[in-house]
Design a binder for this molecule. Structure first.
Ligand SMILES: [Zn+2]
Ligand SMILES: [Zn+2]
Ligand SMILES: [Zn+2]
Length: 303
């Protein structure tokens, strides 16, 4: 759903988390730094302000990744591109796990806020701001920037964090598919509102962002329809996925890796009826995790 890794390069890797930066970030960096230059007497402060923004976005994304791993999900990539950062997270498809993986990002900005505010007051109490307008402006700017990041991310427009938090909360009463559909619909309305704001503010950046969000929302709306169909398939209660606890649907929804024929591994003990190849792993249609076939047997407790 998200920006491709094409055109981005690996900045560093920590604990198996790859951090990629899209080349266009450098254009944005030059633009942002030059826009900040008039606020300072030395360009170093403008660079420092921009680097702090970069760091705040990066920490926000690490919040998503670490929380997702904490609940047993898969997360190993962060891409920074002009419309912000993106953490590729695949939490187990449960509302609580999804909620924590999403909420942890904005929570990082909530934690950063008293740090930045404390820094401002500490410097002021020490008298460091007197005769140093650059430092005073820098400290105020990073507070405003962090609050802006927080407020923007919490807009209830799917797939922004706020929209995804709303979706996770709706998941409890509405289920996986209907919560996604509802959040995507609210997102489409919110996206249209952002388009109106972009016209009013004559802001190209807001317009691009609104267009991107609307595109994503529409994709999620359609995905909700496919999820709904998946939910309504008859299931085999004798088997369950170890990761998401869903039972597999009855029917030929799996493809043999050897002959590409469709079959139902739960009807044939994971042996392809067309070419007799035994599947090493059986993939969950609900969460995408591939597990040894034996581990699906609901009567076996630990595997
Ligand atoms: Zn986020
Ligand atoms: Zn599963
Ligand atoms: Zn086969």
């Amino acid at each position: 759903m998200l920006p491709t890794q094409q055109g981005s390069f690996r900045l560093f890797c920590v604990k198996g988390i790859d951090v990629h930066v899209h080349w266009s970030w450098f254009l944005v960096a030059v633009y942002s730094v030059s826009g900040r230059l008039p606020n300072y007497t030395s360009p170093i402060w403008a660079v420092l302000e921009y680097l702090t923004l970069f760091l705040a976005v990066l920490l926000h994304e690490f919040g998503h990744v670490l929380a997702c791993r904490h609940v047993g999900g898969i997360a190993n990539q962060i891409v920074l591109w002009p419309l912000g950062g993106v953490a590729y997270v695949a939490p187990p498809p449960r509302p609580g796990a999804t909620l924590w993986s999403i909420a942890a990002g904005p929570l990082v900005n909530v934690v950063l806020l008293p740090v930045f505010v404390g820094l401002f007051y500490a410097c002021r109490a020490a008298g460091a701001l007197e005769g140093n307008p650059d430092l005073a402006h820098f400290l105020r700017a990073i507070i405003v920037m962090n609050v802006s990041l927080l407020v923007f991310n919490l807009l209830p427009v799917y797939p922004l964090d706020g929209g995804q938090i709303l979706r996770s909360l709706l998941w409890y009463p509405l289920g996986r598919a209907r919560s996604l559909k509802t959040a995507a619909l609210i997102g489409l309305v919110g996206g249209a509102g952002l388009v109106a704001l972009a016209v009013w503010w004559e802001s190209l950046w807001t317009g691009l962002m609104a267009g991107f969000l609307l595109f994503q929302c529409w994709g999620s709306f359609r995905q909700a329809g496919a999820l709904r169909q998946l939910e309504q398939l008859p299931r085999r209660p004798d088997f369950t996925c170890r990761v998401c606890h869903a039972s597999p649907p009855i029917g030929a929804y799996w493809v043999c890796p050897a002959c590409k024929g469709a079959f139902d591994p739960f009807a044939t003990a994971a042996v392809c009826p067309h070419c007799q190849t035994a599947l090493a792993l059986t993939t969950c249609v609900d969460c995408g995790n591939a597990r040894p076939h034996r581990s699906w047997d609901a009567s076996i407790v630990d595997v």
